[in-house]
Design a protein around this ligand. Sequence first.
Ligand code: NAD
Length: 437
Amino acid sequence: MSTRTTSSRLPGLYTLTVGERRRQVAEAAGLDDQALAALDGGLSEDDAAGMIENVLGRYALPFAVATNFTVDGIDALVPMVIEEPSVVAAASNAARMVRAAGGFTATVAPPIVTGQIQLTHIIDVDRALAAVTEAAPVLLARARELTPRLCARGGGPIAVSARVLARPPGPDGGVIVVEIDVDCRDAMGANLVNTLCERLAEPAAHAAAGRVGLRILSNLSDRRTVKVTCRAPDDALADARCPGALVRTAVAAASRVAELDPYRAVTHNPGVMNGVDAVLVATGQDWRAVEAGAHAFAARSGAYRPLAVWREAEGGLIGELELPLAVGTVGGALHVHRGARLALRLAGVDAAPRLAALAGAAGLACNLAALRALATDGIQRGHMALHARAVARAAGTPTELIDDVADALAAAGDIRVEAARVILQQLSQDPSLKDAP
Ligand code: NAD
């Protein structure tokens, strides 16, 4: 748990230049200028070439911080890497609404990841199951011997069990899966658990009289969940055109649609994952594993359901999110990526549970912002304003004219690069248009 007492309230951060923002954020996070150098990519060409194969270069994405977050009573600047406009602003806005009622509260489950050893061509699966169950204490003791450093850190293998997947006859004969639950402490755990499964496969196959098949972790880490709750009071939900009570009712109704309809839930959940993934990418996590696990978790009842829901209560909204989050503050890409390590420092994260709490809070905040916009203005208004700026930039508009061209594009409802070029030409021929209403 972070102990830093930085305030995440940085009003007006968005009005500053990138350089000014860096200085303010560095000061708030207690970092020096040299530390922030990693914001220019965070990865040398040599490091990149050592990370994956056939490397030609490095690919950049915007790195930002969301402000206003208080999670478990401690403020945090939440690092986000994402290509989509509006997400960082939306997260910061929603975090400000939630801050008014004390911020987000997270419950992070122990970091247990399950490894699977598939055993095939078993003649008597019931006998194999009984044999593995009997051998479980010995297999567990062996697993713990194989992970001395993890055990010394207070983690390590904690249980061995087995399940029947198929009975003979079948293409693979009788199939069982032996599962090893491992407390991975601050690691995501994939390599740790995979190595363990490989080493334990032979003794497990011997006990079950089966043939060794796959040996790998499951990315459905449904025991390693984070639950985040928050309250957004009516006063904070209100805007100049819409009273808070109306926003509250509209957001709760929007949340219920996602519970009723998988077609809506599958659009609701990316609103959550916008926040979660942006934090995961910024901090060098395996976001593909988290994505796969999150959607399997969302469908665990047999129907695909929302990962976060909102209910009306006591003059405000109560939000609740739950999803599996196998994240690490050691290992993986963090070995090489200076930018990802800096992201953890900016956020004051020193252990995996805090990272899971921040990613979950970012997900819940983004979901609130998306539902609020959808249920009141319609999501396009804010989104299109930012899109118009990107299009104006793509059309070669000089910085001092970006706002004018973007406003004109949005007002015309025709947000294309060609339209931006026409507006730009009109402005250069008749600069008085610049101040036209
Ligand atoms: P890792 O292989 O780097 O292992 C973590 C290391 O950190 C271990 O050696 C451990 O001893 C050490 N460690 C130091 N301090 C620790 C602490 N406080 N708690 C726990 N361990 C500590 O990393 P990993 O987490 O085992 O594997 C993650 C990587 O594996 C990611 O890059 C992921 O993309 C990749 N991967 C994922 C899959 C998948 O299916 N999701 C499959 C294979 C590999």
